[in-house]
Design a binder for this molecule. Structure first.
Ligand code: DGJ
Length: 707
């Protein structure tokens, strides 16, 4: 007889799953010291009065047919028939810490393939594939991954957002019914980042059990946290399909996206550290090397005003500031003088660039910088040669006027000729020029996305992946950045094929402090594009010192987004200083373990990184508003070796002002800032380090070096 229970383990996590006759996850949590399959008998449930006379499991596929009475993991039918499947496991295939379960419903004529993988980092990956075995299309309305979580998970953290304000966390209590996130924008979206974190009430950065899930998918999605009336609860995630979008003909199969799940008994930091480690181990690969170069992107410096002579001046000034990669943004292609026209016409604007791009690229390279360029391949302006030639290449439904967004339509990538056209034009761009980096933008949402009369948001998302895969196979040394009006397409599936995210169009350091912190729950700093913008931020019109802007961009993949030619000497000195600081610390920031610190005063935001050997740490303390209290609470430094002794050094302390210099909030600095100190890791973690009283919208950077 086959084993009816399987265990998938990492050093930190365990998943115990009963496999027969129906698959059911029995445990997902911290690694168990001891486990034996007979232990699962302890979880055999009683049967409540006034309900079914039999136990109703929350199965792996969460079919309604077991008496789930909650949101099922599968919904669909064959012209009204075969609409309530119940799967029975037929085989379980084990390969290391991967498990594939094959299950069948011979009545409905469906097979289910479930893949569960426990990574070394402790991140669990799960996905399901459904195949139609019988003649007649099976209309697939929903196919979700469902993960049971412990009954003590009574609070949810999720993220809302908008353009220029991504990754804003919020919390809701989870006691009854459901909390649902639905995204119908056709891209990952600024509004509904596909993740849910459930935890014991009050969980914070270092305390509480947390179960975090992220759906790796760049299209429409639905995530749900549900409490059954019997108190059991689960997280569920799926690609959201528009009516009629998914049908399975006989023999056809459809897959859910991968769901990535991380449990931590040590609060949110533990969850994030596992996600980061997993991405570093298994997903993030930099073809040009792991050292992330300092960027300069021309967008906010010149917008559409492309003049190669001036751009060359910008490049020369950038090289003086320590920039290592120079990127020309929107405005280089034929007829692109504003955002009204030309998307789709991927030919060089020869009026702007009569000599072509090559002399500019050669000069940029001679200055010691790599060259990058912006594209937005999935779009087409009504005012473009491409649209005039192919008005039928728009992703739309016949009979309706399609709305424009930023004056553009979406190009239907399901049309082979349109797809091939993009491959050809982008191959010209990347094949004929020494381009090492592409900023791939996507600036509008999908409305009535249609192909051949049917909904096609899912198909469009898959074609986008195929397009990027095709180009990556042809140009394996090119790095890609995923941008969608800033952070509208940030997820683990697009990260399989890109190397950086443009986190936000908002370069305001104050806003970036919360945006980047939100993003850090799931993404490590080396893939988070973080630029120093103009002194007066173009998105908010707030003004910030170069120091606050520089330090805020430090904990990401740093760049400049401005015109270095017109910058004054003081600003230029600042850019030079912060790009040098970034180059000095990037190996630690991009390789170490990241920690967010909960400060009792919500106006103080602290984070840091500790090297894996615990020899070196770097912490940033940002003051985002007027402090609530007259004294700042000590910084309790996490992640250090308790037995180690650390020298504390103030690395960057811009704008620290005492009274007497204009009425600030601090009269005297903490002692360690005036007299160097060496303190034990244990003490720094337990008792902490006194902080200076910072002015609003300023920050300091502290290093701890083991003696
Ligand atoms: C939106 C992006 O987010 C910006 O950074 C810039 O590339 C513009 N598009 C260009 O049109």
């Amino acid at each position: 007889m086959e084993t009816t229970c399987q265990r998938l383990s990492s050093a930190s996590a365990d998943l115990i799953i009963k496999t027969h006759p129906h698959a059911e996850i029995l445990y997902w949590g911290p690694r168990l010291q001891h486990f034996s399959p007979e232990y699962i008998a302890s979880l055999a449930r009683p049967v409540a009065n006034g309900r079914l006379d039999v136990d109703s499991p929350v199965t792996l596929m969460a079919e309604l047919s077991h008496g789930l009475f909650g949101s099922p993991g599968i919904e669909g039918h064959r012209q009204g028939l075969d609409g309530s499947p119940r799967f029975t496991t037929t085989s379980a295939i084990r390969d290391g810490e991967s498990l594939t379960l094959i299950a069948e419903d011979s009545v409905a004529g469906l097979t289910l393939e479930s893949q569960l993988v426990m990574s070394a980092a402790g991140v669990l990956k799960v996905r399901h594939g459904l195949r139609n075995l019988k003649p007649g299309a099976w209309q697939l309305d929903r196919l979700a991954v469902t993960l049971p979580i412990a009954e003590r998970a009574g609070e949810i953290m999720a993220f809302h957002g908008r353009w220029t304000r991504e990754f804003q966390p919020h919390r809701v209590s989870l006691a009854h019914d459901s909390y649902v996130i639905e995204n119908r924008r056709g891209r990952t979206s600024h509004e509904h980042f596909p993740a849910l974190i459930a935890g014991t009430p009050g969980f914070n950065e270092n305390q509480g059990d947390v179960w975090g899930v992220h759906l790796g998918w760049s299209g429409n999605h639905r995530l749900r946290a549900e409490v059954k009336t019997d108190g059991r609860r689960y997280l569920q995630a799926e690609a959201l399909w528009l009516p009629g979008e998914k049908t399975l003909e006989q023999g056809e199969m459809a897959w859910t996206p991968w769901l990535y799940a991380s449990h931590s008994p040590r609060g949110l930091n533990g969850m994030s550290q596992q996600f980061h480690r997993f991405l570093r181990d298994e997903v993030i690969r930099f073809p040009q090397g792991a050292r992330r170069p300092v960027h300069l992107n021309t967008w906010e410096g010149i917008y559409f005003r492309h003049d190669p002579d001036y751009i060359l001046q910008m490049a020369e000034a950038a090289a003086q500031l320590g920039v290592e990669r120079f990127i020309i943004d929107d405005g280089w292609f034929k007829g692109r003088n504003n955002d009204l026209a030309a998307l789709g016409d991927w030919y060089l604007d020869e009026q702007k660039y009569p000599q072509g791009l090559t002399p500019l690229i050669a000069r940029v390279n001679a200055l010691g910088m790599g060259f990058g360029i912006w594209v937005e391949p999935e779009m087409i302006n009504p005012d473009s040669d491409l649209f005039r030639a192919h008005p039928d290449w728009v992703l739309a439904l016949p009979g309706y006027a399609q709305a424009t967004g930023r004056h553009q339509y979406v190009l239907n990538l399901n049309i082979p000729a349109a797809f091939d056209y993009l491959v050809a034009r982008l191959s010209w761009l990347l094949g004929d020029h020494a381009i090492e980096y592409v900023k791939w933008d996507m600036n509008r949402e999908l409305v009535q996305p249609g192909h051949a009369g049917r909904a096609a948001a899912d198909a469009q998302t898959r074609q986008f992946y195929r397009l990027l895969d095709t180009l990556r196979a042809r140009f394996p040394a090119v790095e890609f950045e995923s941008c969608a009006s800033g952070g509208g397409r940030i997820d683990y599936e697009v990260l399989q094929r890109c190397h950086r995210f443009w986190a936000s169009d908002n370069n305001d350091a104050l806003e970036r402090t919360t945006i980047q912190r939100g993003m850090s729950y799931f993404f490590p700093p080396e893939v988070m594009g973080a630029h120093i913008g103009h002194r007066r931020c173009h998105a908010t019109f707030r003004q910030h010192s170069i120091a606050f802007r520089g330090l805020t961009a430090l904990f990401g993949h740093m760049g400049l987004e401005l015109d270095p030619v017109t910058a004054g000497a003081e600003e230029q000195a600042g850019y030079r200083h912060y790009s040098a600081l970034y180059r000095q610390w990037r190996d630690l920031i991009h390789g170490g373990t990241q920690w967010r610190v909960d400060m009792p005063d919500r106006t103080t935001v602290a984070q840091g990184v500790v090297s894996d050997d615990q020899q070196q740490a770097l912490f940033l303390v940002s003051q985002i508003a007027m402090p609530d209290y007259t004294l700042m609470a000590p910084l309790r430094v996490p992640g250090l070796d308790p037995l180690g002794r650390y020298r504390i050094t103030l690395i960057d302390h811009p704008n620290i002002q005492l009274t007497g210099h204009g009425g600030h909030t601090m009269r005297k600095l903490p002692a360690w800032m005036e007299q160097p100190q060496v303190i034990s890791g244990e003490w720094l973690q337990a008792a902490g380090l006194s902080l200076p009283i910072l002015d609003p919208e300023s920050a300091i950077l502290i290093a701890l070096t083991r003696e």
